[in-house]
Design a protein around this ligand. Structure first.
Ligand code: PHE
Length: 335
């Protein structure tokens, strides 16, 4: 019996070496370890052994069984899902993608917006999130002690640097670098010293846009934004401008879109007003152009600061901003 057990083990090891697919492993397992398999047959002989032999052979049988179980486990893992071609592999079945990751909803919206702007001749740029006071504030016509700084309080680090409060820092950096004419968008992460709640977070995403050329006017701004919004929301959208103040634009506006949920009739989402505030924007202030060496007499242009996080929430009707960065798979797996 001892010999039988050992030779069975060797045979199985050899045959597992020749395995080519998962089915082969399963067949071998039934043949040897199954209820009516060879191992079971050998073990039936245990009862005929003498009292002296029983414990030793019994122990050996147990060890062999354990080893075989391990060997089959390993083979099953190795060949899991791998079928010999033509046996039971159906190439028309969709792949097994369950465990693959996917994009965060804000990234999905960001890519859609990037596509829409690329078609209008805009280039996508990136820039630093750790910024100097100069690029985040001063060059944007927000001098020290200007109250506009208070509304954008943020995280300061040593040496007068800060985590940027908006993507407008790139208006300055890009014009300094590329000069006029210029057409670009700058999506990115921004930071505010903010108590978090369902609609505020300390870290969120904006998408800034800047277009500088000869004879650019507010009509160009509106046309550009309407084109963008219809492509993101897949429908024509109505917009309106209200005056808004930002030191780096003149005139400055808040752009609203007609509520897509009630079509302007008034509902809980638009607080019965029929309009949703979407985006601050305006014509670039001559001082900003001057700070970057662009002649405001020759060039003009518009800038806008689209709330990417906000837009994502609107598009997917997400009612709590904190979900976006929560890493909660119950939320993320819905996209
Ligand atoms: N940077 C501004 C903010 O974060 C938005 C803005 C951008 C306004 C461009 C006008 C033009 O609030």
């Amino acid at each position: 019996m001892e010999i039988k057990l050992k030779s069975l083990k060797n045979r199985i090891i050899k045959e597992l070496d020749e395995v080519k697919d998962a089915k082969f492993v399963a067949d071998l397992k039934t043949k040897y370890l199954g209820r009516k398999g060879e191992l079971a047959t050998i073990l039936k002989g245990l009862k005929d052994l003498t009292i002296e032999e029983k414990p030793r052979i019994g122990q050996l049988a147990n060890e062999v069984k354990k080893e075989l179980v391990v060997l089959f486990d390993r083979a099953e893992k190795l060949w899991h899902g791998q079928a010999d071609e033509g046996v039971d592999f159906d190439p028309t079945l969709p792949g097994n993608r369950k465990d693959k990751g996917h994009l965060n909803p804000s990234t999905i919206v960001q890519y859609e917006i990037e596509d829409a702007f690329s078609k209008m001749g805009f280039t996508v740029y990136d820039g630093p999130q750790l910024e100097s006071d100069y690029y985040n504030f001063t060059a944007l016509n927000i001098p020290e002690d200007h109250p506009a700084r208070d509304t954008q309080d943020t995280f300061w680090v040593e040496g007068k640097n800060l985590l940027r409060t908006h993507t407008s820092n790139l208006q300055i950096r890009m014009l300094e670098k590329h000069g006029a004419p210029f057409r670009g968008i700058f999506p990115g992460r921004v930071f505010r010293y903010e108590a978090t709640d369902a609609s505020h977070d300390h870290t969120f995403y904006q998408l800034e846009g800047l277009m500088i050329d000869k004879d650019i006017n507010i009509g160009n701004l509106i046309a550009t934004m309407k084109t963008l919004l219809s492509s993101v929301f897949q429908t024509d959208v109505d917009v309106r401008l209200r005056p808004g103040f930002f030191p780096f634009v003149e005139p400055g506006f808040e752009m609203d879109i007609k509520c897509l949920i009630c079509d302007g009739d008034g509902c809980s989402v638009c607080k019965q007003s029929g309009w949703l505030e979407l985006m601050p924007c305006g014509m670039v202030h001559p001082k900003v152009l001057e700070a970057t060496g662009v002649d405001p007499k020759e060039y003009s242009g518009f800038a806008f600061g689209l709330g990417l996080t906000r837009m994502t929430m609107m598009k997917y009707r997400i009612d709590d901003i904190r979900l976006l960065q929560s890493g909660d798979l119950r939320f993320l797996n819905q996209f």
